[in-house]
Design a protein. Structure first.
Lengths: 178, 390
């Protein structure tokens, strides 16, 4: 039985925020869990935020709203500032290329150099979301299997499979196991 | 059974295909665009027709034409398109033409915001055209899985009651992603409790009896029938008439075929209402999911609260409001629509309150604050638009 787990992913358009949410939700389906995912964004805003709210649980899910995220993946400063107050007991995973965390907060905040790893190792920032997914596979071990996240990622990201797989493994290696 | 992650729009598409829909005409609009997109791909695979209309009024007219030609038909839109259905909707209601209409509500008025949910067409779905003298059937899913099953049910009711059935969804249901089970065989469809009726053909001579009967086959033009099926008041044989006596009989039929078979339509869920709770939250569509979470958590904390989640909205289920209590209507609008019906339907000794959000879901924390305050009988301090004693 998996208790209700909430994941909030936010950044700016083009970072693959929706793909990360879709991949984690799809992996939850492969895992035999129930899952919901809401996407919010403004088509007119630039430099604003895109947000996906993912919930997964063994039982049926009532509210799809993420109010107490177990994991908050912050990929932009605006996203971090906007949603950090929601995190009480969960873990913040932030990309230091964009986010300078508020160290005074009594919560667990883990840096994940997704952008720099993607640029340095694969030459393109495009793969940063696959780095994030690899890291999440490590963080969420015990809830969703790594194989299911990888399978879901390859389904949801139809191109550049070899590069994305490498980025995924790099992210997995970067993250300490929870 | 196929288990997948998909949107409410995809679920509605698959539900329609399984229900036998073979013509979709529409004008794409967020947050219902993917219904049109998916239908354009799926219908040719099953021998059906997809028509991209030049506007919503034409789309519903095409659906009427398809239905009169013997096909099960559907169209889908959001509020700004739903208003344009008003003209053909009257024809479909008056001439008893079965079809299914989806409205994925977004925040309004007018074009509002494309990617934000709303519940502004509660009354418009009751009065979607002019003239009066009719009832409507309106169903409101609150999840992707239910969007699938309610679509199958909408086609079933459309055929039995011979009328348009409206699915009043919202942006979070249609654009939201969720785990979804799709049956792949007739046995699996049946195991899910879903019923499908094939299109029947009325061969006359009586097409519009002056009774409240349902399960009368609809008119399909070209089958040796003389029914005109125009937008004028018909005689029982389906001829246009100016006789007010026929008008009385036809109006009776349009109203009472629904009212007198309400038990076949009414669907709702209740939570913790059997121990005379002090406060009952009422909601439909996506906010009802937050309401259910909030009420479950409040019960764990010992608050004597319950919830009613409406699945069928019209005809309004007055009879489920049995317990005198404080009622709190939770809606995705600031003007308060459902609350007016709750106020009308609630038993003596009750009082009604309203909590509206505009373009976003309430949170469990917000609802808990409302429940605590109402249970304590406190004077609620208005928080700008967010709270209004009703």
């Amino acid at each position: 039985m998996a208790k209700r787990t909430e994941v909030l992913v936010s950044g700016f358009g083009g970072q693959g925020v929706v793909r990360i949410g879709q991949t984690l939700s799809t992996a939850a389906v492969y895992q035999g869990l129930n899952t919901t995912m809401l996407v919010s964004h403004g088509t007119e805003t630039r430099g604003g935020y895109v947000r996906t709210q993912v919930v997964m649980a063994s039982e049926s899910i009532d509210s799809p709203v993420v109010e107490n995220p177990d994991y908050f993946i912050a990929l932009s400063k605006a996203a971090y500032n906007r949603f950090i107050s929601l995190v009480k007991e969960g873990t913040v995973i932030y990309d230091p290329a964009y986010v300078e965390p508020d160290e005074s907060l009594p919560i667990k905040q883990v840096p994940l150099a997704a952008r720099d790893t993607a640029v340095k190792e694969l030459g393109r920032e495009l793969y940063a979301n696959a780095v994030v997914l690899g890291a999440m596979a490590r963080m969420m071990a015990g809830l969703v299997d790594k194989e299911n996240i990888l399978k879901a990622m390859l389904e949801r990201i139809p191109r550049f499979h070899e590069e994305n797989k490498r980025a995924f493994e790099l992210g997995y290696a970067l993250m300490p196991k929870e | 059974m196929r288990r997948t992650l998909d949107t409410g729009n995809a679920a509605i598409t698959e539900g329609a295909i399984i229900a036998g829909c073979r013509l979709f005409a529409g004008y794409p609009i967020t947050p219902a665009t993917e219904i049109a997109e998916n239908m354009s791909r799926r219908l040719p695979q099953v021998g059906g027709y997809y028509v991209q209309a030049e506007d919503e009024m034409t789309a519903l007219h095409i659906c009427i034409g398809g239905s009169l030609g013997g096909l099960k038909t559907m169209t889908a839109t959001s509020g700004p398109g739903f208003i344009l259905y008003a003209d053909p909707m009257g024809w479909a209601l008056g001439s008893e033409i079965p079809l299914v209409v989806v409205n994925a509500q977004r925040v309004g008025p007018v074009s509002g915001i494309t990617g934000a949910p709303g519940q502004g067409e509660f009354y418009m779905s009751r009065y979607p055209t002019q003239g009066g003298n009719y009832e409507t059937i309106v169903l409101a899913p609150n999840s992707v899985q239910e969007a699938f099953s309610i679509t199958v049910e909408a086609f079933y009711l459309a055929e039995r009651f011979r009328m348009p059935v409206i699915i009043l969804a919202d942006q979070l249901v249609t654009d939201g992603w969720e785990s979804l089970s799709i049956p792949e065989t007739p046995e699996e469809v049946e195991a899910m409790g879903l019923k499908v009726i094939p299109r029947r053909i009325n061969e006359g001579p009586e097409f519009y009896p002056a009774t409240d009967e349902i399960d009368i086959p609809p008119v399909v033009l070209g089958h040796n029938t003389d029914a005109a099926c125009s937008d004028w008041t018909p005689t029982p044989e389906g001829y246009d008439t100016e006789e007010v006596d026929f008008q009385h009989k036809h109006a009776y039929r349009l109203i009472y075929k629904v009212r007198n078979h309400k038990d076949l339509i009414t669907r709702y869920e209740s939570y913790f209402v059997d121990d005379n709770p002090d406060l009952i939250l009422v909601a439909y569509g996506s906010p009802s999911r937050v309401v259910i979470s909030a009420v479950k958590q409040a019960r764990e904390k010992g608050l004597k609260v319950g919830a009613l989640r409406l699945i069928s909205l019209w005809p309004f289920p007055d009879e489920i409001f049995k317990v005198p209590a404080k009622y709190l209507s939770v809606e995705l609008n600031y003007d308060g629509q459902l609350v007016r019906e709750v106020q009308r339907a609630m038993p003596k000794g009750s009082e009604v309150h309203f909590f509206g959000k505009c373009g976003e879901l309430p949170t469990v924390a917000e609802l808990e604050e409302m429940m605590q305050a109402l249970l304590a009988g406190k004077e609620i301090k208005a928080r700008n638009w967010e709270w209004e004693a009703w």
